[in-house]
Unconditional design. Sequence first.
Length: 264
Amino acid sequence: MMLLLRRMRSGAGRGSLQWALAVALSAAGCAPGSGDFGRPRPGIWNDTIAPSIGLGSAIARGEAVSYFHMTDDEEQLRDRAWRFVMPAHERNVFERQVSDLAYARILPAAAQSSNISDYHRSLISGSFRSQASRYNRLAEDAHADRLLIGPFRGNAARVVAADRIRMKTLEASPLVPPDQNDPALARVIENEGLILWVCERVAFRLESYRYALANLVVEMPARDAVRAERSIMALEAEAGPLCKLPLIGTFRSDEPSRPVVYKG
């Protein structure tokens, strides 16, 4: 892994990056589907090939990449982020594949769809027996998101607290060699970037849910809309504290040219 990072930083292997991305796009379509809790199933693509290509792609884009081993909390943070960075509806097949590649860092996070009508289109394309089923699905999706936001927020707070200790120790201890500075900062950037990415995608989900609700009400008004609206409002209330979590601030507003979100 360290050898790959050094080669990519020095420019070696960049000529084959386009080939690697082409392989990734075709291989992702043949990769095993999602496992428990929607996360990728273990396998050679998800565990070896995709992460290797993703690191090279991230470095080529100029993103922060750290070779440090991840803590248990950092691993868990990435597992919990999976649900929120993926499309909310499983029928968004192409969008899910793009998000899968973004999750592996093969594609930038900006490659994901920003069309808030995606969820509504998938919702009405399903074979539901009545409008109640569609409203129920909307309410259940928003409710499930709300239940998972809290654990992610607690996990994120622990990671940020550990990163503060990491950086203070790096600055204060003469026993830490200078070559640890860059990978340490890169890991903090990766962690904070992941939190910001989840906040961005949760906000996108909220917009998508509201769009779906409004259009369902126009197309097939029903009392079931009340429950769906309450679920969306509850999700919004739960998501607020996450996106106000005080970070260390590796994404500074005085660097407008710097990408807003990195994925670690």
